[in-house]
Design a protein around this ligand. Structure first.
Ligand code: ARG
Length: 269
């Protein structure tokens, strides 16, 4: 009996060491080496944010497209690996990089101090403003953030707009919603009074919805108006490689061309 128990304990110890050994080796591997070894770059995104990432019908099939997706394709090509776009709700995008399910995240993500504590950011690839989307027939009544007292303002869960609204729009009711499309539907149906979001996305909605308009309110410019790619903290050579590609796309005007290219698509929810 005693011999059997000793054997069981030894087996369990061996399996534990083996698991640690495997996990330890992999955990110590640089992110870029892991990606190249896998042969695939897994990019987390939330395709509800045209023109950056959104769903459209191509030959009757749902496809995730957008300027960020074209950039992801270019990064995978330059790294010599396949691209896997992993779509999820926005409030799960950063977690998927943190827990290793995705290698990087490209989702119209803004730089923020809180996020920089946990992740590496690439160099900036685009700049936006926060804007307030409202019903056109009431737009003139919104002249400053004071106009939002007692109003219901929708934001997307997990966004920099959610953080800003909760910290600065104290007299408004902040409604955090998972999908951007849900926020727009609630605005159109009058369940909320306004939606706070990135400027290019708002302009997409006003071009497709004549009953919506961008309110004439200037929100403060912060780091959160700069878009960049999120990767694990201390990504080293992966950040170096991605920065090279991002800077080429920005300096050549290619990212701007991506935005023009995807304008031909119509977003579907
Ligand atoms: N720029 C804001 C942020 O980084 C909103 C991004 C929302 N992106 C999306 N794909 N829904 O928090």
């Amino acid at each position: 009996m005693k011999k059997m128990m000793t054997a069981v304990v030894a087996l369990a110890a061996g399996l534990t060491l083996a698991a640690c050994g495997t996990g330890g080796k992999d955990a110590a591997k640089a992110p870029l080496d892991k990606i190249k070894e896998k042969g695939t770059l897994v990019v987390a995104t939330s395709p509800d944010y045209a023109p950056f990432e959104f769903q459209t019908l191509v030959d009757g099939k749902n496809k995730v497209v957008g300027a960020d997706i074209l950039m992801a394709e270019k990064i995978a090509e330059k790294l010599g690996v396949k691209l896997e776009v992993s779509s999820m709700s926005f409030d799960n995008v950063l977690n998927s990089v943190q827990n290793g399910k995705a290698d990087i995240a490209i989702a119209g993500l803004s730089v923020s101090e809180d996020r920089m504590k946990v992740f590496d950011f690439s160099d900036a690839y685009y700049h936006v403003q926060d804007v307030l989307l409202v019903k056109k027939d009431g737009a003139s009544s919104y002249t400053s953030t004071d106009s939002l007292a007692g109003k219901k303002v929708a934001v997307q869960k997990g966004t920099t707009q959610e953080v800003y609204a909760k910290e600065n729009l104290k007299d408004a009711s902040i409604i955090s919603l998972t999908q951007m499309g849900e926020a727009i539907n609630e605005l159109k149906s009058g369940q909320v009074d306004a939606v706070l979001l990135d400027s290019p996305v708002a302009l997409g909605y006003t071009s497709q919805n004549k009953d919506l308009a961008v309110a004439d309110i200037k929100f403060p410019e912060t780091d959160a108006n700069t878009k960049a790619i999120v990767m694990p903290k201390d990504s080293g050579s992966l950040k170096e490689e991605i920065d090279k590609i991002v800077n080429e796309l920005v300096e050549s005007g290619e990212y701007e061309n991506y935005l023009k290219e995807v304008a031909k698509y119509t977003a579907v929810e």
